[in-house]
Design a protein around this ligand. Structure first.
Ligand code: ISJ
Length: 182
């Protein structure tokens, strides 16, 4: 199971870079398209997989954020948050690992439904919400448990001005995907 411990464990001290200009990343061009697009990643993956797309929930639990996640959300690291970890599959292959951190204070009102997403994509809720705002993208290069490294990005989303932090790791299998110039 490729589950990047570098996201959830403080000991990895993963460094995140906010890109001032796309050109500043040394990511290969194809990755820049994936890494830096502010639209729905789900939509890209549905297109790239010709609809053979699915969401596999790895785990969902109440727990504590990493220090880095708490800093990004500007919350106390001792605060309990809802943690959702999924793999996004194309043609049954894991293409993206995603970890979303949702403070309890965000799971109120209409946003309570985020607790019961199951295998529906988070993106299908976020990008349909007229109140949705997205903060700047941060980029990192992570060490995966299997020893590979992978490009990752994260950003804050806001629904009705309430934050959640979404981190996406682009797994090695995604490199085989020849994504058309759409
Ligand atoms: C934010 C999006 O939702 C995607 C789906 C996720 C999920 O179902 O947990 C998490 C992160 C994203 O890769 C998106 O589609 O852009």
């Amino acid at each position: 199971m490729i589950v990047p411990a570098a996201l959830s464990q403080n000991r990895f001290n993963t460094r995140w870079y906010t890109l001032k200009r796309p050109a500043t990343t040394d990511a290969p061009l194809i990755w820049r398209r994936w890494l830096l697009d502010r639209g729905s990643l789900t939509q890209h993956l549905v297109q790239a997989s010709q609809g053979q797309f699915s969401v596999e929930v790895v785990r969902q639990l109440w727990g504590r954020p990493s220090r880095s996640e708490a800093r990004a959300l500007n919350i106390d690291p001792r605060q309990r948050v809802l943690i959702r970890e999924v793999r996004l599959l194309g043609h049954g292959q894991p293409w993206v690992f995603a970890r979303t951190i949702i403070p309890a204070s965000t799971l109120t009102g209409k946003q309570r439904k985020l607790k019961g997403l199951g295998c529906r994509s988070l993106g299908s809720v976020l990008f349909r919400d007229p109140t949705m705002k997205r903060g700047p993208l941060q980029i990192s290069r992570l060490m995966l448990n299997c020893g590979d490294t992978a490009w990752a990005r994260r950003s804050l989303f806001y629904l009705a001005n309430k934050p959640l932090l979404v981190t996406e790791v682009f797994l090695p299998a995604l490199q085989q995907v020849h994504y058309g110039n759409k």
